[in-house]
Design a binder for this molecule. Structure first.
Ligand code: PGA
Length: 251
């Protein structure tokens, strides 16, 4: 048995209004009691303040979906990690595959963002994962190595203990086609082994989440795998009932 506390994180992406974000947050806050896992919701930046107020006093953590690599300065339109932290946020997702693919974020930039998140006393949720093409051409290990080495080099292996890693195969995100629990476990164990080669205690303590078409009906099977410590949930996190059912599946 590991001492790792499961984490289920909802990534709301570019969705909602102030009113709908508050309603969703309240419904989730109302249903999380007595769950053994940690529950996190990540609304859009503009909704952080309203959602913070909506979950006050509940066992729900708040996070953001991205942040700047810089703490301040002439970077028009950016949102800095310390600004996010001011809302009581504890986590920031960095390196989501949509940011890497649609906004051209390199592993180097993702690593700088992870560092900025830690410097603001929050934990980065570092997303890694391969495309279908990369998997089918045998590049899975080299893709993960490139993505992980960038953060290990930038943060140092000891600081990886204060991160969360999210394995999200790009082909499973928003497609309805989740990785099988065996496929996911195989990659989670590869990631943990890579970290263990550098520091066994860090590898044993760091949480590795699975993301990509997690639904109430496949969550339990995925979360029961040895190296899967919870999930990063997109579509199914936009509905309180399905998100709470997924949270329950960690028990
Ligand atoms: P999905 O998204 O659950 O809708 O597949 C997961 C993610 O993008 O983190």
């Amino acid at each position: 048995m590991s001492a790792r506390t499961s984490l289920v994180a909802g990534n709301w992406k570019l969705n909602g209004t102030r009113a709908s974000a508050v309603a969703l947050a309240k419904d989730i806050a109302g249903g999380v009691e007595a769950l053994g896992s940690e529950v996190l919701i990540c609304p859009g930046f503009a909704h952080l303040g309203d959602v913070q107020a909506a979950i006050a006093g509940a066992s729900v953590a708040l996070g953001a979906q991205n942040c700047a690599a810089e703490a301040s300065g002439a970077f028009t339109g950016e949102v800095a990690a310390p600004m996010v932290a001011e809302f009581g946020a504890q986590y920031v997702i960095v390196g989501h595959s949509e940011r890497r693919a649609l906004f051209g974020e390199s592993s180097e930039l993702v690593a700088s963002k992870a560092l900025a998140v830690q410097q603001a006393n929050m934990q980065p949720i570092i997303c890694v994962g391969e495309t279908l093409e990369q998997r089918e051409s045998g590049q899975l290990q080299s893709v993960l190595d490139e993505q992980l080495n960038a953060v290990i080099d930038k943060l140092g292996i000891a600081a990886i203990a204060h991160t969360v890693i999210a394995y999200e195969p790009v082909w499973a995100i928003g497609t309805g086609k989740s990785a099988s629990s065996e496929q996911a476990q195989e990659v989670h164990s590869m990631i943990r082994k890579k970290l263990a080669d550098l520091d066994e205690s860090v590898a044993g303590n760091v949480r590795i989440l699975y993301g990509g078409s997690v639904k109430p009906d496949n969550a339990e099977e995925l979360f029961s795998q040895t190296d899967i410590d919870g999930g990063l949930i997109g579509g199914a996190a936009l509905n309180a009932e399905s998100f709470l059912a997924i949270c329950q599946a960690t028990d």
